[in-house]
Design a protein around this ligand. Structure first.
Ligand code: HMG
Length: 389
């Protein structure tokens, strides 16, 4: 077979996500910040946010997401590329991908790397993975996107915190969705949201960032429709990067306001998970995809989903996938329902403790985790993980 044949269909073969074991209801935050709860619940559209103890990090939840898909639907055979997308990585030099490679028992001839561009890096990873499989059709690429979104206490971003990890496997003849060959990209240097090396939490111009998100969506869709020769009517469903749910409704209405294909119900379905997880940065768009496919009461086989990825700084990309017949048989709805319905609610004091900077050296206080992997201690700057028996 010609290695670069365009007949090869490449896409998402399996997809799963994870988040913290703990969440805070925003009514707790509203009470302690003296803010009208309706600002959070309806103005921002957020109900709960995931909050993380120090022994859960982007590696432990990334492991949990990847382990779910590998245990249920795939073996690690033929995974020759692991891409780890994050903007809240654990080290300035060592790639978090190496830990995942080890904990997932991937083969030593599997290439690994960590990628960063704010919330966009998972989509960059998806593109790299697609091209890798196009060149090596018998091999598979695993993408893990994992982030913990923490804003400064008392800042306007505080109710939009959260975190989560998503893992998806890219292969030929995928079982869930084929990635289409066209997309619209828009890059524009802007200071809307950034986190300099000396800071734990980002500096953000919230209103500017929302404008940048909408401008990028406009530019990306114009370019997508031009390069694909498709029209709005050809897009059946939408999924968005969700920094907070209201952002998605606003952007969608602004750009697709006259579109007949606009379907509010399906947008609601795509946001069920992010409404109770919060912003999960790189993972957010793909958790929205899981949410749409797992919560909509409809069969979307052969439907085209338009996906919008946005990373501050900034870059946007609008691309599309087409769902396969029988895709729903390969979703992890039950595992995700279990994960989300077994979380523990925290009070304000616990939230404040979780929010503190992690210790630089020593034992980490142990809380129950979603997976059996925990961050046990930091020794001489090195992170020591342990499987709990
Ligand atoms: P704010 O400025 O405090 O909120 O924070 P606001 O005053 O704009 O109010 C928000 C909404 O609540 C408004 O609705 C109010 O009217 C409404 P809108 O006018 O927008 O429709 N409201 C109420 N509604 C009902 N009852 C009430 C009430 N009071 C007010 N009593 C802001 C909002 C987004 C600025 C803040 O949360 C923030 O800075 N968030 C972080 C930045 C962010 O998420 N930006 C999104 C785009 S950038 C992006 O997506 C990238 C990102 O994920 C990072 C990355 O790429 O790495 C962030």
């Amino acid at each position: 077979m010609n290695k670069f044949s365009t007949d090869i269909k490449i896409g998402i073969d399996s997809i799963g996500f994870s988040t913290s074991k703990y969440f805070m209801d925003l009514k707790t935050l509203a009470k302690n910040r003296n803010v009208n709860l309706e600002k959070y619940y309806s103005g921002i559209g957020q109900k709960f946010i995931s909050v993380f103890p120090h022994n859960e990090d982007t590696i432990t939840i990334g492991f949990d997401a990847a382990n779910k898909i590998l245990t249920k639907y795939n073996s690690t055979d033929n995974i020759k590329l692991l891409l780890f997308a994050t903007e809240t990585g654990i080290d300035q030099s060592k790639s978090g991908a190496v830990y995942l490679h080890k904990f997932l028992n991937l083969s030593s001839d599997c290439r690994v790397i960590e990628l960063k561009h704010a919330c966009y890096a998972a989509t960059a990873a998806l593109n790299f993975a697609k091209n890798f499989v196009l060149a090596n059709p018998e091999q598979k690429a695993l993408v893990v996107a994992s982030d913990i979104a923490k804003y400064e206490m008392h800042s306007v971003g505080e109710p939009t915190q959260g975190g989560g990890a998503v893992a998806f496997l890219i292969s030929q003849n995928p079982r869930i969705a084929v990635i289409e060959p066209f997309s619209g990209v828009y890059t524009n240097e802007v200071m809307d949201f950034w986190r300099p090396n000396f800071k734990k939490e980002p500096i953000v111009f919230g209103q500017l960032s929302a404008q940048c998100y909408i401008s990028a969506l406009k530019k990306c869709t114009e370019s997508y429709f031009k390069s694909s020769s498709l029209t709005i009517k050809d897009i059946d469903l939408y999924c968005y990067h969700s920094p907070f749910p209201k952002m998605v409704y606003k952007a969608h209405e602004r750009v697709f306001e006259n579109s007949e294909s606009t379907c509010r119900q399906f947008l609601d379905d795509s946001l069920c998970y992010s409404k109770i997880i919060g912003n999960s940065y790189t993972a957010s768009l793909y958790i929205s995809l899981c949410s749409l496919l797992e919560n909509a009461n409809a069969n979307f086989a052969n439907k085209r989903v338009g996906l919008f990825s946005y990373g501050s700084g900034s870059i946007g990309e609008f691309f599309s996938i087409v769902l396969k017949d029988g895709y729903s048989n390969f979703l992890l709805k039950n595992q995700h329902d279990f994960l989300l319905s077994n979380r523990q609610e925290v009070d304000f004091e616990t939230y404040c403790n979780f929010h503190k900077d992690e210790i630089i050296d020593g034992d980490i206080e142990q809380f129950c985790t979603v997976s059996n992997l925990t961050l046990k201690m930091i020794k001489n700057g090195a992170r020591v993980y342990e499987f709990i028996k």
